[in-house]
Ligand binder design. Structure first.
Ligand SMILES: Nc1ncnc2c1ncn2[C@@H]1O[C@H](COP(=O)(O)OP(=O)(O)OP(=O)(O)O)[C@@H](O)[C@H]1O
Ligand SMILES: [Mg+2]
Length: 609
């Protein structure tokens, strides 16, 4: 027996009253064909715009009543035979995909199973799904569930995900620009830190939009305030910075590979003559995260340059030295070369980045707007590597989520683009992080441009509206369950709507994310700027140019719109603004300068250029 939720129609013992019979004929259909995965139903639709016609629209779940169970199916295709009659009834052909079956279990109520044990027979009655059955389809069977919105099909039903699986098996949020990805991420993260007090979240924020979305629980780090000393970079990460993302000169890299371990040995108190041996003996390599001083590195390089037998190598030493010099002086790399961090307080710097101790602020926003890509690549690589290593050594003592916005920038699908160590560090979290409590969340507008290995490791995907055919097909290939046809809606979903599929949900679910409070929506400062911009028709260009020259942070709102006449005069050349090498490395001042050219001039000294 089928009882419609609203109670408008009751088929009781096959003896309905006449009006009810007419209406029933419109809300029920009959199976006319069925194969292993699909069924066709014939139903009668009322003429005009009767609301019950909507029961049979594409994307709706319907149910087929059988003696022992109810088959759940998803409408894929609806059509009417031979023209539409506004006056009389019309015959509809409904094609549906079989999704699973619901059985009533005593003392438990309806329980959904994806497997179908009893297929519908011809003539079986199909009708709109009951609300309880619909809830059973998305029931997560006792797992820790969290509501993140409502079902698109029925706004009275909450959309649940299991947070533990969503996090631990990594997740992805994909969708075209402006559909609400970042807002959905903010929602998920708020729910995640609420549900899991041990969880720390590090957001790699390329648009500096997230810190405003976590009032009171977020620590914001700008690259200016970031402290990752150069000695924590592996050789290849350092090389990415030195060569600004271009192909490195192999010979120069080999020199670095030789002399960095020597500088490390020197900082442990070795004598210059025996540095190479000391480094060799203690197994120090260019990648060992031991501190060293730039002054030692430069001195060793200068020493080598001065040696008589290294005449042929001199151009290589010289160009390497210039490269190091220019990177050290570049204000954009101040966070690594300007670092004053000695070995003993590195714990604080890393602790600040990863919120250990948490101090009530589990979220860190690493603001990366305006930072050059080679710096972003190196920073992401170091940070992802550290996150994984800290989690493995903590042996489950903490949980960490690394959230990568615009992930296609760091891990592009094209192997010739991107930066290998970043790709490797993120892939390592994706593949092995779950065991150690290190999780990955990726957000992208272009799933087609994201490394497929990363996407395939994300077991829960929230796919929002995607217009590009290639992006759609990537998502289509990622979905494995039988309701793949749901993805037909990818291009037509509304704002804030998503298809959630994978381990975090019971069945592929079309949902609408809840409405977020305005102070939880990312980028609200940008939005405020828009309002301000309505009353300001100009910006303070000298200030912007000033910021560009000094490689500093983006201007603040006041600076941006402040009266031009009140703006500080821009620097004449911009060069005076840069910190001197001596300022960055006072130890360099006192370091011996050993290289004297044949003509007697000092070579390589700071004031010598
Ligand atoms: N759940 C929500 N609650 C309230 N407002 C929302 C929600 N989702 C989206 N919005 C609105 O939509 C706007 C755009 O959303 P959002 O910035 O998240 O899009 P996006 O997909 O991240 O865009 P982009 O790809 O450009 O970064 C938000 O500023 C907000 O006003
Ligand atoms: Mg966004």
């Amino acid at each position: 027996m089928f009882v419609d939720r609203e109670g408008s129609t009751t088929l009781a013992g096959g003896q309905p009253v006449r009006d009810a019979a007419q209406e029933a004929a419109r809300v029920i259909g009959h199976v006319t064909q069925c194969d292993g995965s699909k069924a066709t139903i014939i139903a009668t639709s009322a003429g005009g715009e009767a609301h019950e016609n909507g029961f049979w629209s594409v994307g709706r779940f319907i149910s087929i009543s059988l003696p022992e169970s109810r088959i759940v199916g998803l409408v894929q295709d609806v059509r009417v035979d031979g023209g539409w009659s506004a006056e009389g009834d019309n015959r509809m052909f409904i094609q549906m995909e079989l999704v699973g079956e619901v059985r009533d279990i005593p003392n438990r109520g309806p329980v959904f199973d994806r497997g179908i044990t009893e297929y519908p027979h011809v003539g079986a009655i199909a009708h709109r799904i009951r609300q309880r059955d619909l809830a059973a389809v998305y029931e997560l069977g006792g797992l820790d569930t969290i509501a993140i919105g409502t079902l698109s099909q029925d706004a009275n039903l909450q959309a649940h995900i299991t947070m533990s699986r969503t996090l631990s098996r990594h997740f992805a949020v994909v969708g075209s620009t402006g559909v609400g990805k970042s807002t959905a991420v903010s929602l998920l993260l708020h729910k995640a830190v609420e549900a899991r007090p041990k969880l720390r979240v590090l957001i790699l924020d390329p648009h500096n939009e997230f810190s405003s979305a976590f009032p009171g629980i977020c620590n914001t780090i700008e690259v200016d305030g970031l402290d990752i000393p150069f000695w924590m970079f592996r050789l290849e990460e350092l090389v990415e910075v030195l060569y600004r993302g271009r192909d490195p000169v192999v010979e120069e890299v080999e020199v670095l590979r030789d002399i960095i371990p020597m500088a490390k040995a020197a900082s442990r108190g070795g004598a210059t003559s025996s540095l190479l041996r000391a480094a060799d003996q203690s197994g120090i390599t260019a990648d060992t995260p031991l501190p060293y001083r730039l002054a030692d590195l430069m001195r060793i390089l200068d020493d080598r340059m001065g040696l008589l037998e290294s005449k042929d190598m001199r151009p290589i030493y010289k160009s390497l030295r210039q490269r190091l010099d220019s990177a050290i002086r570049d204000p954009r790399f101040r966070f690594m070369f300007g670092s004053r961090i000695a070995e003993d307080n590195i714990t604080n710097a890393v602790g600040r980045l990863f919120r250990i101790p948490m101090n009530g602020k589990p979220v860190t926003c690493l603001q990366l707007a305006g930072v050059p890509s080679e710096v972003v690549n190196s920073v992401v690589s170091v940070v992802a590597r550290l996150a994984f290593d800290i989690c493995t050594h903590a042996k489950g003592g903490l949980e960490m989520l690394l959230l990568c916005e615009e992930a296609h920038r760091y891990v592009p699908s094209d192997p010739s683009l991107g930066f290998e160590p970043t790709r490797y560090a993120l892939a390592r979290i994706a593949k092995e992080g779950r065991k150690y409590g290190c999780y990955l969340g990726v957000v992208t507008q272009r799933p087609g441009e994201l490394d497929p290995t990363i996407l395939s490791q994300c077991s829960t995907i929230f796919a929002m509206r995607l217009v590009n055919e290639r992006d759609q097909s990537i998502i289509r290939s990622a979905i494995s369950d039988s309701s793949a046809s749901t993805l037909a809606f990818l291009s037509s979903m509304g704002q804030r709507e998503a298809l959630a599929f994978g381990d975090g949900v019971a069945t592929t679910m079309r949902l609408k994310f809840e409405t977020l409070k305005s102070d939880h929506i990312p980028g609200t400062t940008t939005a405020r700027t828009d309002e301000t911009a309505e009353t300001h028709f100009d910006v303070n260009l000298p200030m912007i140019i000033e910021k560009l020259r000094s490689g500093g942070q983006e201007p603040t709102e006041e600076e941006l719109f402040m009266n031009r006449s009140a703006a500080p005069a821009p620097a004449t050349t911009g060069m005076e603004q840069r910190p001197s090498l001596a300022k960055l490395m006072p130890e360099y001042e006192t370091a011996p300068r050993l290289v004297r050219r044949n003509d007697g001039r000092l070579f390589g000294a700071v004031g010598d250029e």
